[in-house]
Ligand binder design. Structure first.
Ligand code: ATP
Ligand code: MG
Length: 242
């Protein structure tokens, strides 16, 4: 049994099918890349599987349990966390307070939540900024803070929506090493990422979305050579990169 399974997931907005009949799975321990052009439906997929949008059709299973239609808090409670493409840190709170909000999910007592938050801040290399007000962080810092808050909920499965977008090469390098470390700690990761130099070496497998549908699901080497993927997405990316 796969850790996470989606069957026939469809999400429509009026006449637009942002996700169409998506069937995929995630194995425990893997890093799965989710790629595709702007508007392909990647964020919508994350919103559906983490309870932010009710799917129009289809089912979502986690650890064998049907979680379709569950609200975000309940999805998080069973061990699924996410970050947002547009960061949602609480700007007037400190870095530590932001992470403690995540930690309260499993640690209702303040000292325990604080201890958990400090552990996560060390892992995400934000410990020296724990007292800063979140609004004063750089974009890279805010993205990392959002990751820290998600990690503080102690997820089994983590969805990262463009966690590296807007970061410079050295910030990307740091973020990649954090993702590798999370996997070593046993967290399963699904990541939406536009930077091919990041996702190709990092992912065990890549799913490609185009116009709401899966057009490929394979190991990175096969994805890089897949004609349909090159035509829909990679061609344009590779041209942009060179
Ligand atoms: N809440 C919404 N209401 C109406 N349409 C939406 C909503 N959310 C997304 N869409 C539409 O669904 C389609 C898929 O959008 P989505 O944000 O999922 O794409 P994406 O693959 O994440 O793109 P990007 O790479 O730009 O982040 C787009 O046409 C978008 O305009
Ligand atoms: Mg998106």
């Amino acid at each position: 049994m796969a850790l996470f399974e989606v069957n026939g997931l469809t999400k429509t907005f009026g006449g637009l099918a942002a996700n169409r009949d998506i069937t995929m799975h995630v194995e425990a321990g893997e890093i799965l890349g989710l790629i595709g052009p702007n508007g392909a439906g990647k964020t919508t997929f994350f919103n559906c599987v983490t309870g932010f949008y009710p799917p129009t059709a289809g089912s979502i299973r986690f650890q064998g349990r049907d979680i379709t239609g569950w609200p975000p808090e309940r999805v998080c409670q069973v061990g699924i966390a996410r970050t947002f493409q547009i960061v949602r840190v609480l700007k007037d709170l400190t870095v530590l307070e932001n992470v403690m909000i995540g930690a309260f999910l499993r640690h209702p007592r303040v000292p325990d939540a604080r201890r958990k938050a400090l552990d996560v801040l060390a892992l995400t290399r934000l410990a020296d900024r724990q007292g800063q007000i979140a609004r004063n962080l750089t974009i890279a810092g805010k993205k990392r803070l959002e990751l820290a808050r998600a990690l503080a909920t102690e997820p089994t499965l983590l969805f990262l929506d463009e966690a590296m977008a807007g970061l410079n090469p050295s910030e990307i390098h740091a973020a990649v090493s954090i993702v590798r470390r999370l996997r070593e700690e046993g967290i399963t990761i699904v990541m939406v990422e536009h930077v091919m130099k990041v996702v190709m070496p990092l992912a065990d497998r890549i799913v490609v979305l185009d116009s709401g549908q899966i057009i490929a699901d394979d190991v990175p080497e096969k994805i890089a050579a897949n004609e349909r993927v090159i035509e829909a997405y990679l061609g344009e990316r590779y041209r942009a990169a060179h």
